[in-house]
Design a protein around this ligand. Structure first.
Ligand code: SF4
Length: 473
């Protein structure tokens, strides 16, 4: 077990209050039943291939030892709270297929627990790999527990939402948030079965100074948890307790082997804010914390930007990977334009394909309702579908050797084997429904070209010459 040395003097980022519990950071930490338990990363460091690592290897058709080595280095995380039974094992990180997260949750305007459960199930049916339960309205404990009971997917959240909402309900003033209540709440939410949490540890007074000094922010502040934490720090003239007591955050996450996702509270909400000094200050700190967290035996990933122009996506991902030692990168889109509202699921899908291509590991979907309203169940379905397509496209470039499914689909289309083709498509029911709604006169063709079908004519004339299979992937 490696325990980071305690900083001796105040430095640019950390200050003197950091590592309040560093001496207690060793493992094993007793779990809620009082039994010493080790995290996936610690077990991997001992050379143990866990059941979860084996499952990831089987699902991804990879060598289990390779998965274990990447978990040991903090380059793959497995959000799998052992106190929630029956959840799907999902690997996120280096060498693995890019995963899709679907965020759901109530708001103060629309609060219907049954609808959130239906949205969770819809996201799961459409193939989301993980869920985030981000409710901010109604009975927040009840909706979280209902979603956890309904889905098999690993579920994450942002604990600051409930912390600030409950504080506001009690005192009509979010600035009265008590850090002790926040830490208690994090533990209570983990005990419910959450497997990952976006926690805004990377915002500190240094970040705020960078934000104030730069003199612009075209998109304002886009992160709810981040904005309220910045406001809390400003009004109380105190350091962010999640930063100041980072080891305490890690200790709680380790207790439930939950993945700490270092939240991007100062992310850009407009492409003109992309990579500004405030966002970069937080990114540097988050990458530093990712390193410290994994040294403490805590599974950790870094969260990335909101709005980023297309030409900056590759650089953004390169920076996160280089500065964090290849910690898994969880990105929100990104959204590469600010004028697509109504079709921002498509805007974000373009960003997602590019971010997956350049190395993003988990991508949060965007729905057609983004920037406009709380998503409906249909919005959730659409968001998951387009994001799954986007990450598939990205993975074709990230892993060129994994293109066989597309090749098989192309050959089935060429040979007009429609039933085989349907089985290879990402959305077979959608494709079948469209085709069935407009049947052609000649069954091999479709109504796009009818008797002018290039596929049919091409194969009649050139079948012998173009039916070879020479490309291996
Ligand atoms: S009719 Fe046109 S679109 Fe349809 S299979 Fe033939 S070539 Fe393709």
């Amino acid at each position: 077990m490696v325990v980071m040395a305690k900083p001796q003097a105040e430095n640019l980022f950390f200050g003197t209050g950091f590592f309040s519990l560093a001496e207690d950071a060793g493992f094993p930490v007793p779990n809620p039943k009082g039994i010493p338990m080790k995290t996936q990363i610690e077990l991997a460091r001992e050379g143990i291939t866990t059941e979860q690592m084996q499952t990831v290897a089987d699902d991804e058709n990879m060598d289990a030892a390779m998965i274990r080595d990447c978990v040991a280095k903090g380059q793959i995380v497995i959000p799998n709270n052992p106190f929630r039974k029956g959840q799907k094992v999902v690997g996120i990180g280096r060498g693995l297929s890019t995963k899709v997260n679907a965020s759901i949750g109530t708001s103060s305007d629309i609060c219907d627990i049954d609808m959130e459960v239906r949205k969770a199930l819809a996201a799961e049916q459409e193939g989301a790999d993980t869920l985030m339960e981000l409710s901010a309205g109604g009975d927040l404990d009840a909706v979280r527990r209902a979603v956890l009971a309904a889905t098999t997917r690993p579920v994450g959240n942002v604990p600051l939402y409930q912390a600030f909402k409950e504080t506001t309900r009690k005192y009509q003033n979010p600035a009265r948030l008590d850090p002790e209540y926040l830490f208690d709440l994090i533990e209570q939410q983990l005990a419910d079965g959450l497997s990952f949490m976006a926690i805004h540890c990377g915002i500190n007074q240094y970040t705020i100074r960078r934000l104030r000094k730069q003199g612009f922010r075209y998109g304002g502040l886009a992160s709810k948890g981040g904005t309220f934490m910045v406001a809390w720090m400003d009004m109380n003239k105190k350091e962010n307790p999640l930063y100041e007591q980072f080891d305490r955050v890690c200790g709680l996450m380790k207790k439930y082997d939950a993945v700490l996702s270092l939240g991007n509270g100062i992310r850009a909400g407009a492409i003109h804010d992309s990579h500004d000094r405030a966002q970069m200050a937080e990114m540097i700190i988050n990458c530093e914390l990712a390193e410290i967290g994994r040294e403490m035996g805590c599974q950790t990933m870094v969260e990335g930007p909101g709005h980023v122009p297309m030409d900056e996506i590759a650089g953004n991902i390169m920076l996160e990977k280089r500065m964090s030692g290849h910690a898994p990168y969880y990105v929100l889109g990104p959204i590469p334009s600010d004028v697509g509202a109504g079709y921002d699921h498509v805007t974000a899908a373009i960003g997602a394909a590019n971010s997956a291509r350049h190395g993003a590991d988990l991508i949060c979907y965007i729905t057609p309702a983004e920037h406009l309203a709380l998503p409906t169940e249909d919005d959730v379905r659409e968001g998951v579908r387009v994001t799954r397509l986007a990450v598939h496209i990205g993975d074709l470039s990230k892993y060129p050797e994994r293109r066989d499914r597309d090749k098989q689909a192309a050959m089935a289309r060429r040979d007009m084997r429609w039933d085989d083709l349907q089985e290879l498509l990402l959305f077979p029911e959608v494709a079948r429904s469209i085709r069935d709604s407009r049947r052609p006169e000649v069954s091999e063709t479709c109504t796009m070209c009818g008797d002018f079908c290039a596929m049919k004519k091409g194969m009649e004339v050139f079948n012998q010459d173009i039916s070879g299979d020479k490309i291996s992937s």
